[in-house]
Design a protein around this ligand. Structure first.
Ligand SMILES: [Zn+2]
Ligand SMILES: [Zn+2]
Length: 85
């Protein structure tokens, strides 16, 4: 797995080795930089129903947008809290 960290909020997104680079942060939509990080064992998988991409994030984080396309994930309680940013 490869890890990408957001230039803005520091969120880390994990994608499979063979997957293309994610385009932007699922939380704030800023650009991502590839980082060398061992994936934690309890990552949570997210699947985008729009473009079919799979990506992984920390279990306490929920994406706002897909890391690859413009799909918006349904709101969660966690998301409402994040809207205060
Ligand atoms: Zn971000
Ligand atoms: Zn997508």
């Amino acid at each position: 797995m490869r890890a990408f960290q957001c230039r803005g909020c520091g969120t880390v997104v994990f994608v499979p080795e063979e997957a293309p680079d994610p385009l932007w942060c699922p939380l704030c939509r800023l650009g991502l930089v590839e980082v060398h990080l061992e994936p934690p064992p309890n990552l949570k998988q997210w699947h985008c129903p729009e473009c079919g991409a799979d990506f992984w994030m920390q279990p306490n984080e929920a994406p706002y947008k897909c890391a690859y396309c413009n799909y918006t994930f349904p709101s969660t309680e966690r998301r409402l809290f994040e809207e205060k940013l």
